[in-house]
Design a protein around this ligand. Structure first.
Ligand code: COA
Length: 315
C-alpha cells in the first residue's frame, strides 16, 4: 500500500565537536571516536526550534515529491522533543507549511528513536484511507541533554528528516516490538520537574540495542523467506557504531550492508534513519528495484523494522 516518493533532511548548522565537549565534561576525542564512532553532532542555536528544522526537511521532501502541498491529506510527526505539548507538532507543521485543506489528519508519534519506522508503519496502514502522507521525524535532543553527564551528552545531536508516501500495491513487511524497560535504562524524568533531561544506563541500553537489531533483521528475513544477500542495504538507527558491528558479528553479516553517518550527526533519535535515507538518495546509492531494510530501536523500550522494495526511484 506504500511507496516512498521523496525524502528531505536538515541538520542545524551549529556543529559541536568532540573537542568542544571535552571543555564541558571529562572526555576526549579519542575515547568518543573509539567507543561510539561519533566525531560531530549538529545542535540547534538559541531560538531555533524543532518545528524550524522539521519545516526545512518537510519543504525539501514536498518539493521533490512532485505533489502540490494541498494533495497531502495526512501529516505524521515523530518526535520526543516537541516544542509544545499542544497543539501537536503535526498541526503546527500544517500551519507553517501553509497547507489550507481542512480534511487532513495530523498527529504526533512518540516512539523515541524508533519514531520514524513506527511512523512508516502507521502511514502504511493509513494509506488505505489517505492518499498522500507526509511523515516527519524531528528531534532536538540537545534540549533534553544533561550537559554535565558525559555518559549521554557525547552521544546525541539534533536533526530532521521527512518523506512523502503515496498509495501503491506494495506491502512492506513490518515488525514492531515493545518491551518493559525493567532497569529504567533510558528515560527522562517527570515533565513537571524543573528541568527535564535524559538519563541512561549505557551498558543495559547497549545490550538491548544489539538484541533489537539482530531480532528485527532475523524476523524480516524469516518472514520474507529470503537471505541477507537479497537485501541491498540496511538503514539502521545510528546510536553507536559498536552496536552495528556486534550485531553484524552475531548475524554473520558484512558491515558494508549498513550505511553509517553517525560520525557527523551522533544519535539524532527519530531523525536518524531518514538522515541516512536522504544521504543515500543524495549519493544516488538507491535505485528502483532494490530492497532495503529499515530498523530502529529506542526508549520504551521499542524496536521496529520493515523490509521495503523500492518500486521507483526516491527523489
Ligand atoms: N569519556 C571518557 N570516558 C568515559 C566516558 C566519556 N564520555 N563515558 C564513560 N567513560 C569511562 C567510564 O567512566 C569507564 O571508566 P572506568 O573503566 O574507569 O570506570 C569507562 O569509560 C568505560 O565505561 P563504559 O560505560 O563501560 O563505556 P562503554 O564502552 O559501555 O561506552 C556508551 C559507554 C554510553 C558509549 C555505551 O554504553 C553505549 O553506547 N550504550 C548505548 C547507548 C545508546 O545507544 N543509547 C541510545 C539508544 S537509542
Amino acid at each position: 500500500m506504500s511507496r516512498i516518493l521523496s525524502v528531505g533532511s536538515y541538520a542545524p548548522t551549529k556543529v559541536l565537536t568532540n573537542d568542544d565537549l571535552s571543555k564541558l565534561v571529562d572526555t576526549n576525542d579519542e575515547w568518543i571516536v573509539q567507543r561510539t564512532g561519533i566525531s560531530n553532532r549538529h545542535i540547534v542555536s538559541d531560538g531555533e526550534t524543532n518545528l524550524d528544522i522539521a519545516t526545512k526537511a518537510a519543504q525539501i521532501a514536498l518539493a521533490k515529491s512532485g505533489l502540490d502541498k494541498e494533495e497531502i491529506d495526512c501529516i505524521l510527526y515523530a518526535t520526543i522533543t516537541p516544542d509544545t505539548f499542544t497543539p501537536s507538532m503535526a498541526c503546527q507543521l500544517k500551519r507553517r507549511l501553509n497547507i489550507d485543506r481542512k480534511n487532513l489528519l495530523a498527529f504526533d508519534i512518540n516512539a523515541a528513536c524508533s519514531g520514524f519506522v513506527v511512523a512508516l508503519e502507521t502511514a502504511h496502514h493509513l494509506l488505505r484511507s489517505y492518499s498522500n502522507i507526509l511523515v516527519v521525524a524531528s528531534d532536538t535532543m540537545s534540549r533534553i541533554i544533561d550537559w554535565s553527564d558525559r555518559g549521554t551528552c557525547i552521544l546525541f545531536g539534533d536533526g530532521a528528516g521527512a518523506v512523502v508516501l503515496t498509495q501503491s500495491n506494495f506491502n512492506p513487511i513490518f515488525h514492531s516490538f515493545t518491551e518493559h524497560d525493567i532497569t529504567d535504562s533510558l528515560k527522562t524524568n517527570s515533565i513537571y520537574d524543573e528541568h527535564t533531561y535524559l538519563s541512561m544506563k549505557g551498558t543495559d541500553v547497549f545490550k538491548f540495542a544489539v538484541n533489537a537489531l539482530t531480532t528485527c533483521i532475523r524476523k524480516e528475513l524469516e518472514e520474507a523467506n529470503t537471505s541477507i544477500d537479497n537485501v541491498d542495504y540496511i538503514l539502521a538507527h545510528q546510536a553507536n557504531v559498536r552496536i552495528i558491528s556486534l550485531a553484524c558479528k552475531q548475524l554473520g553479516i558484512n558491515e558494508d550492508k549498513f550505511y553509517k553517518n553517525i560520525q557527523e550527526y551522533g544519535n539524532t533519535s527519530s531523525a536518524s534513519v531518514p538522515l541516512v535515507l536522504a544521504e543515500m538518495v543524495e549519493k544516488k546509492m538507491l535505485k528502483k528495484g532494490q530492497t532495503v531494510l529499515f530498523v530502529a530501536f529506542g526508549s520504551g523500550l521499542t524496536y521496529s523494522s520493515c523490509l521495503w522494495k523500492l518500486e521507483g526511484d526516491i527523489e
